[in-house]
Design a protein around this ligand. Structure first.
Ligand code: ADP
Length: 449
């Protein structure tokens, strides 16, 4: 059996609730109606009887004198007058009236069988030991009749109500669910056709469904962006790998015609350089992807950053082109970091400072701690970066000028530096003046006390 849709369930629920509600109101009405009908009848009996009482008096001759306002039957109320001993003096009781009922002054009772009557007696005294019993009789009204009518109407109306209510509930639920249909359709289209540019695009509004749709839209937006970035990355990576591969192949072709050992040696040197570049590139790509995907587990621990910076600076191999390095490290700066990743970050900055430094230039490394942050900066007096390129140097494979990077550059170093900084909850900033030098600074949050 097909499972019922949420729309169907909701429609059924609303219709059912409506039915229960209507039935409850009906039951309440029936109850109230019978009570009101009975109370009205009792009030009618008492008022009519009291009106008649005031019209009864004893004449001079000892007979009863009934005034003009007296009526034996009025509004269904029978008035009967009995002697003290219970003999009927005046009035005609209805045929089905209860008989032989004892008198009770001012006491309202119900008596009789199938035709029940309200009975109310009053003792009307004319003197010390003289008086009459005045009895009022009123047939207990058939509240059931009214109730029957009500139920009749209800039985007629209820099916109509169910149909109308059901249709209204369905329309309501359907319109409330329309945005969900759009969400499902958009997600489906994206899933099947990989058309990541599709959006749900609900008109702005504050309700929950609109918020859900907006959240989905921004998720699709992010998916599209990361998908595009992925595509860009793949194309960039293959492009970057193609160049050294082409050089290697060209060298191999050339080597076939080499005649002297020197020519061989040169060709092999080129091949080795290009192969190393490829190997570096692949290694860096692998690490970056792992960082991106979070598969490269950072093992964060609180440690002495001063020690790490000092050791790395001290262990720098002889820097090229007579460049010298000075380290100004504040002692005992503790931070939470991954030793391997932090070493790679610093090494990348040092490599760049050396690669883009001027002959006989300087590199200054400084580690400082302030109340707000820990700052690690690597400054050089090299060629600097043009102001309009400062934003782009963080992009994958971006090189200000491939020629000046030499064969060692891949354009991935700074991307990784930024990734590592962010992994540590920090950020990297750069200040640079073309021709004067650059300063890269890592800002890290201080270690929790
Ligand atoms: P690369 O492998 O080319 O050095 P990076 O991502 O490390 O790639 O750097 C991107 C670009 O930023 C480099 O091509 C270079 O032009 C520029 N750059 C990075 N560091 C410096 C620096 N210290 N001085 C001048 N330019 C720099």
């Amino acid at each position: 059996m097909r499972r019922m849709t949420v729309k169907g369930k909701l429609t059924l629920l609303i219709t059912g609730l409506m039915l229960v509600l209507v039935a409850a109101v009906l039951a309440f009405l029936v109850n109230i109606t019978s009570t009101v009908v009975e109370e009205n009848a009792q009030e009618q009996l008492e008022t009519t009887l009291r009106a008649n009482l005031s019209e009864i008096s004893r004449a001079e001759n000892g007979l009863l004198d009934l005034g003009d306002g007296f009526a034996f039957t009025r509004s269904g109320v029978y008035t009967l007058i009995y002697s003290e001993s219970g003999a009927l003096l005046a009035g005609q009781p209805p045929l089905s009236a209860p008989e032989g009922l004892a008198f009770g002054n001012g006491v309202l009772r119900t008596a009789g069988g199938s035709d029940a009557y309200y009975v109310l007696d009053f003792w009307l005294p004319f003197g010390w030991d003289d008086g009459v019993w005045v009895r009022g009789l009123l047939q207990v009204p058939e509240a059931a009749d009214v109730v029957d009518d009500l139920i009749g109407i209800a039985l007629l109306l209820l099916p109509l109500l169910v149909v109308v209510g059901g249709v209204a509930a369905y329309l309501l639920v359907r319109s409330a669910f329309r945005p969900f249909d759009r969400i499902a359709a958009t997600a489906g289209a994206i899933g099947e056709g990989r058309d990541l540019s599709r959006r749900i695009g609900l008109p702005p509004g504050g309700d929950e469904i609109t918020r859900l749709a907006t959240a989905f839209d921004s998720m699709f937006e992010r998916l599209e962006r990361s998908f595009e970035a992925e595509k860009q990355f793949t194309s960039d990576a293959s492009h970057e790998l193609r160049t050294p591969t082409a050089v290697i192949l060209a060298q191999c072709a050339e080597t076939r015609h080499a005649e002297t050992p020197e020519q061989y040696r040169q060709a092999i040197a080129v091949i080795e350089r290009q192969a190393r570049k490829m190997s570096d590139l692949i290694g860096q790509l692998l690490q970056m992807t792992r960082l991106d995907q979070g598969t490269l587990r950072a093992s964060m621990e609180e440690a002495d950053l001063s020690d790490l910076v000092s050791v790395i600076c001290a262990e720098q191999p002889a820097l090229p082109r007579g460049i010298t390095l000075e380290a100004d490290v504040e002692p005992d700066v503790r931070a939470v970091f991954d030793v391997t990743l932090m070493s790679r970050l610093l090494q990348n900055l040092l490599d760049n400072a050396a690669r883009y430094g001027r002959d006989g230039g300087h590199i200054w490394v400084a580690l400082r701690r302030t109340a707000e942050e820990i700052r690690l900066s690597v400054r050089d007096d090299g060629i600097g970066i043009p102001a309009d390129q400062l934003e782009r140097i963080w992009q994958r494979f971006y090189q200000v000028d491939a020629a000046r990077s030499g064969s060692a550059g891949t354009g991935l170093g700074l991307t990784m530096v930024r990734q590592i900084a962010e992994l540590h909850g920090g950020r990297v900033t750069v200040e640079s003046t073309e021709g004067a030098g650059s300063c890269f600074t890592l800002h890290l949050p201080p270690a929790a006390p």
